[in-house]
Ligand binder design. Sequence first.
Ligand code: NAP
Ligand code: MG
Length: 398
Amino acid sequence: MAKIAMKTPLVEMDGDEMTRIIWKQIKDIVIDPYVDLKTEYFDLGLENREATKDQVTIDAAEKTKELGVAVKCATITPNAQRMTEYNLTQMWKSPNGTIRAMLDGTVFRAPILINGIQPFVSCWKKPITIARHAYGDVYKNSELRIDGAARAELVVTYPDGRKESKTVFEYTDPGVLQGMYNTDKSISAFARACFNYALGVKQDLWFATKDTISKTYDHRFKDVFAEIYENEYKAKFEAAGITYFYTLIDDAVARVMRSEGGFVWACKNYDGDVMSDMLASASGSLAMMTSVLVSPDGIYEYEAAHGTVTRHYYRYLKGEKTSTNPMATLFAWTGALRKRGELDGLDDLVDFANRLENASIATIESGIITGDLASLLDNPDKKIVNTEEFLTAVRDRL
Ligand code: NAP
Ligand code: MG
């Protein structure tokens, strides 16, 4: 059988630990035999980030901007313990943070749904995709501990010397204080990424903030979304038969829990952080959560939502065959191949990505599963296999 040809290479970002092992297995077992794979390879493994002083992450992000589609393996974000373990000269920043900042992207996360794995929320029939605004707010806050009676003020100084200020609170006792920010530019990019994504998947878009309480800050998010929708997307949404729906965040949470799913839920940074973990665990398993970073100018970076699965890696190093679930990493590959196929007009490649996803879902539905799904899958004939056996079963079905 002739291999499926590619035109433009994918940007391939290799990573760390167990996911680095799975990365190679996926390529060897279910991709290379069928696709004449073209990639621009960047090794984002921690050793190479150290060796290149993290230049490799920047180079990979630059290449992604040039080629348009990337697939990324999970990577270690170093902490104090990793500094010793890997003999690091610096506590390198999270590669995801670096790439996100360079692409100004929005992260979309959706669970892979399987017949036989009932979401804990029983009315959910279709996947809910969370779009998290990955910029600013509490993640870039400035905080102070107040140690006694004090007046806290917000002060803004413009380049022409103009000042604006406001009293936040008159402290009579010790307490805490926090300042945070966002920008129209970033909120607009977030809004456009969400509208574009919803159009791409032909699903309704929901957005929610706490604008009744936060009448300037959160209200700005609401207004930016409304203006961009009216001016740029309303006609396109109507033509696609989908809707844009705004509500308060507490109302949104209540509606999500009663919904059937099948929509994109745009969340402010903190809401997205919290709600994506809720969604992942309510849907079954972190190992079944896909993730894609989309930039406002339509650049895509696909990855798994989970980390490098360190505990399994230590067992692997002792010679054990682990039953680590490769689904989210596999879907990062299929997502990237499908997008590449769509952009380059390669129907074979799109078709291959769809078939590989279907084969992997059908494999799980047939009862061949990794250990993490054992207690979740409702199938009397289930058989727990290791990662390699699972991928081989997917290939047989494919
Ligand atoms: P993790 O790698 O997601 O794993 C946490 C636990 O979740 C695992 O120990 C395992 O549970 C389960 N799990 C996750 N993925 C699984 C899979 N594919 N198959 C089976 N079980 C799976 O999170 P972590 O241990 O907190 O972080 C490890 C490293 O990953 C850290 O260095 C962190 O910096 C990095 N990280 C990277 C990214 C990224 O690159 N996007 C994201 C998050 C974390 P059991 O051990 O109980 O089987
Ligand atoms: Mg979180």
